[in-house]
Structures are given as structure tokens and as C-alpha cells.
Design a protein around this ligand. Structure first.
Ligand SMILES: Cc1ncc(COP(=O)(O)O)c(C=O)c1O
Length: 403
């Protein structure tokens, strides 16, 4: 191991793999039809960075740019909105296919539903998606944020009419607060992580993310780009699980690209769980001090872990400078490449790939991941500059230089 990087090859797969049909292209088509009924829906761009691929010694690098998602600067709204739609459909005895945006936000649904308060805990992006959806439904949202959350992210949620506050809790304790208050006040908990006895909404959230995977798959196919490697950043792992599940179903488990899950070293609960290999989840507690705020989660989503356990190949834990480097690389493209504005959590994977390819001390990791001139890599920039003050400090002032 070197320079704060750790990696483990996944040896957890045993017996029948976790069924991924639910996250595959067919179901994703249904999910996408739901999202496509929202005003302003557009597939986010997939950017092919040929100059960067050449520079790094790779066969190709594509980056899906989620800063362009519904004007909300992150992919997360896909999950919250689909889960809230599915919840409403179930309560009203409807099928999600019958619940377009127009029907969902119309008078009749509001009348039949009555007043609902949706509650969640968030580093920012998920809460913004929940607040945005509740706002369009004409319903209330309560949002708890962990200690140290960026004021800009709080203001963006409040601007959508939600009752949002920054607590003095870490992310996982803020989730517990949301859960307790949901039980106490009869609110609907829209949390992007599952635990024993709480699986429906997190499962729908994961399904919601498959719109993004389906778009990427279609865009890559249209561009003749068949990925050999997909890098997925993880907080609780719901996004990584959904996307890994999608590609395992699309290509088949034996044919799918190599899937690598990337976490900050301060919040590497999936890495620790894979490393321990004892069939139990391993948590990280305490402050989880990382610039990758969206990934600062210490307790894996149980549902997503089951998918990743059976359909991911590597788990890596890496230092913060990797994310900062990814932000700078994406913001200053090589000639012919497009610029991507990517925030801390968004740029983690591209920054990681660049470091592994450029840093000779990480040659062992390059070999472990089988990355070479024939590799075609997909990364998802899951957010834009959601904390502009920090974005400028990192990209303009060069904070968090590499080592
Ligand atoms: C920008 C961004 N990327 C990635 C993630 C990770 O998603 P998950 O918590 O499902 O692993 C988050 C989570 O909030 C996020 O905000």
C-alpha cells in the first residue's frame, strides 16, 4: 500500500449472485419515462475526453456530467423524486406508470393524498432533490444536515421552501434524527440508505438512479464506446449499487466492465466491509473529515451492499487530494476536450483514475485494476460546484495539492 491509498479485490461473491433485474435496462426504461415527464427533463451530457485519455495512457475516458441535471447541479434528485412518486402511487393504489409529473402534481392527487411531510437527512444534494420534489407536489419537506455542511447547500434547500437546518450531528446521526422524528410526527422518511426493516423507499431511490445509467449506456453505445472499467464513488453506496446492478444486468455478470467503488479514506465503510470479508457491515464513526461531503457516510446501505458484494470487483479508499485533482483536471481541459465543472464528490473517481495512471508509486494499483492503454473508462461527475466557495479555493487557489 502507498501514499494513503488502500485497495481490496472483492472476494465476497459466493453462491447465487444478488438479482439485479430490478436495476436493469428494462426497469430503467420505466423509471426514465417517469423522469422524462418532468418539465425540463434532458439527458445529461456524456463527455468523451480523448485528449485526457491519451495523456493518461488510456484507451478512452468518458465522463457523465450530472451538474446539468434539472438545474439542480447533482444526480440525486433522480432517486428522491422516483421514490416519492412510487410512495404516492402505492398510497393511492396506482401504478407508477400512471403517475406522470402532471398527474402527480395535479389537484386530484393533492386532494386524495392530503397533507404529507417528507423528512430526510442529507449532506445537501439528496435533500435538495427531496425539497424540490415536495415543493412541486405542494407538500412540506423537513431536512436535517450534518455539522459542517456548506451554508450554500443549506440556502439552496431553504430556497425550495423546505424547513432545513444544519445540526451538530454527523451524517449517520442526522439520519437517526430524521428516522426518530418521522416516527414521532408521522412524517414520511425519504432516506437514501436502507437498513433492516426500511427497504422500500431506499430501493426506489436506487431504481431512480438507473435513469442516469440508462442514459450513459445509450450515449456510450451511440458513440461506439464500450467501457472496460466503471469507477463509482460511494457514500452509503446506493448510487454505486444501482449503477453496478444496471451494467451487470445489461451485459451479464461475466461480460460486464470491471467495477471499482471509490471512497474517501475518512469514510470508507464499504472498503472496510469488503476488506473484513466476514459477512458483516463495518462502520466508520466520528467526524469523517473529508472535502467529499457527499461521500462522508459511515454506514453502508444494506441493500446496495448486497448488490456490490456480488457485482463489484474492487473497493478503494483514497485521500482528499485525489478529488481536488479531479476537479482541477476537469476544469482545465486539454485541447479538443470539453470542460466539466465538477465538485468534490463528483470529481473523486476521475481524480483517482488520473492519479493511478500518473503516479509511479501507484503502479501496483494500476496493475491490480488492469488499467492500461486498452482500457476505456467511464466516470460519473455526480455533482457540479455545489459549494462554490470551496470550489474556488480548490480550483483557483490550488488547495489540497497532490503529494
Ligand atoms: C455528489 C454525490 N456523489 C455521490 C454520492 C454518493 O451516493 P451514495 O450515498 O448513494 O453512495 C452523493 C451522496 O450524497 C453525492 O451527493
Amino acid at each position: 500500500m502507498s501514499e494513503g491509498f488502500q485497495a481490496v479485490r472483492n472476494t465476497q461473491k459466493r453462491g447465487e449472485p444478488y438479482p439485479v433485474k430490478r436495476f436493469g435496462p428494462e426497469n430503467a426504461g420505466k423509471v426514465r419515462r417517469f423522469h422524462a415527464s418532468f418539465p425540463g427533463y434532458q439527458a445529461t451530457p456524456l463527455v468523451n475526453l480523448e485528449g485526457l485519455a491519451r495523456e493518461l495512457g488510456l484507451g478512452g475516458v468518458c465522463v457523465k456530467d450530472e451538474s446539468r441535471r434539472f438545474g439542480l447541479n447533482a444526480f440525486k434528485v433522480l432517486g428522491g423524486s422516483y421514490a416519492m412518486g412510487s410512495y404516492i402511487a402505492r398510497r393511492l393504489g396506482m401504478r407508477i406508470e400512471e403517475l406522470s409529473y402532471e398527474a402527480m402534481t395535479g389537484e386530484e392527487v393533492r386532494r386524495r393524498l392530503g397533507e404529507v411531510t417528507f423528512v430526510t437527512a442529507t449532506d445537501g444534494n439528496h435533500g435538495r432533490g427531496v425539497a424540490w420534489t415536495a415543493n412541486r407536489l405542494g407538500q412540506k419537506a423537513v431536512v436535517y444536515m450534518p455539522k459542517g455542511s456548506a451554508p450554500e447547500r443549506l440556502r439552496n434547500i431553504q430556497a425550495l421552501g423546505a424547513e432545513a437546518s444544519i445540526t451538530d450531528l454527523n451524517y449517520d446521526d442526522a439520519v437517526r434524527l430524521a428516522r426518530e422524528n418521522a416516527a414521532r410526527y408521522g412524517w414520511v422518511l425519504v432516506q437514501d440508505t436502507a437498513w433492516e426493516g426500511y427497504k422500500d423507499i431506499p430501493g426506489w431511490i436506487m431504481e431512480g438512479y438507473t435513469t442516469m445509467a440508462l442514459e450513459a449506456a445509450e450515449q456510450m453505445q451511440a458513440g461506439g464506446f464500450r467501457p472496460t472499467h466503471i469507477f463509482l464513488q460511494a457514500g452509503v453506496g446506493s448510487m454505486a449499487g444501482a449503477v453496478a446492478g444496471f451494467f451487470a444486468d445489461l451485459y451479464g455478470e461475466g461480460e460486464r466492465p470491471v467495477i471499482t467503488v471509490v471512497e474517501p479514506d475518512q469514510a470508507d465503510c464499504l472498503f472496510r466491509t469488503a476488506q473484513a470479508g466476514d459477512g458483516r457491515l463495518h462502520f466508520v464513526s466520528g467526524r469523517m473529515d473529508t472535502i467529499m461531503a457527499g461521500l462522508a457516510c459511515g454506514e453502508p446501505c444494506t441493500l446496495s451492499w448486497e448488490v456490490l458484494r456480488d457485482h463489484a470487483d474492487h473497493f478503494v479508499s483514497c485521500p482528499d487530494y485525489v478529488a481536488a485533482q479531479g476537479m482541477r483536471i476537469l476544469s482545465s481541459p486539454l485541447p479538443g476536450d470539453e470542460r466539466v465543472i465538477s465538485g468534490e464528490s463528483g470529481a473523486a473517481t476521475l481524480g483517482f483514475v488520473a492519479e493511478v495512471m500518473r503516479n509511479e508509486k501507484l503502479a501496483w494499483l494500476r496493475r491490480q485494476l488492469c488499467l492500461d492503454k486498452d482500457s476505456r473508462v467511464l466516470c460519473i461527475s455526480t455533482e457540479g460546484a455545489t459549494d462554490r466557495e470551496n470550489y474556488q479555493k480548490i480550483v483557483w487557489d490550488g488547495l489540497y495539492p497532490g503529494i
